[in-house]
Write a protein of this length. Sequence first.
Length: 323
Amino acid sequence: MRPAPELVDRFRSDLDALVEPDERVGVAVSGGPDSMALLLLAAAARPGFVEAATVDHALRPESCGEAEMVAAMCERLRVPHAILTAEWAEPPATALQERARAERYRLLARWAAERNLAAVATAHHLDDQAETLVMRLARGAGVRGLAGMRASARVPGSDVPLIRPLLSWRRSELEQLCLAAGVQAVADPSNTDEQFERVRIRRALAEAEWLNSESLAASAAHLAEADAALNWTSDQEWRRAVTANGTEIVYRPDSAPPEIRRRIVTRALAALATEGDGADLRGRELDRLIAELESGRQTTLRGVLCSGGEEWRFVPAPHRAQR
């Protein structure tokens, strides 16, 4: 059941680059081939320093049994395992994958904090990265979005580190690893349901011989470097042109390029927002706001009163009277 030594060594190198070798890591395992391969690799590369969790979204009759299957595998591997069950007031009727994803990350973040784990590892891989790039390209995303998934981030809505040590691994490699180990993985029907955008993109990529997933993932990596460079430049601009006193942020944009202005405004709103639950601004929201500021007008977004002109001012908006 132990993966080939060269695969374990490769994975250990990828994992150690993201979290120190003596830190305990949580692994999110759905039971699919990608996450089962992650579990096998992590258990072999870092014995005694790995715990696993399976989120039972309670949206399919089979999900409880699938979680129990993962629990049994973890027992064989001597990896502590927890089943985290979603509790819906009402099962989601719309935006199913988005709401399931939010609940999954909420449960994983709570589990990782309770278990004092250094990070949560997910099984996102190179093919996932290529699909993400194409999906975001189709939506007209900017540099930050086209940079795709990062190897190191935060679990959405929390401060828990989120790591993706398999971003250089192909889906076929992970499937073959499970096959060689004799591990039976779960087949999630949503992975073939074309009502979901990612499934449609996956099929289109498979049928387009002129598109190469490795090249797409490499482009996402280059864009991530460009995004980091823009962040560095934005930090310089913040120090040069922003004054902040805690309740007011003032920015003098002068001749700053549009993308730098976008990042400064995003940072200012994030610092003062009282609405939105910390969710990222949508591109259209930000475009409309900057157009208002450049025209010298005043508007409110995320509980922040924003005023344009030669200087852009951001202050908490007055509380609206309750009716």
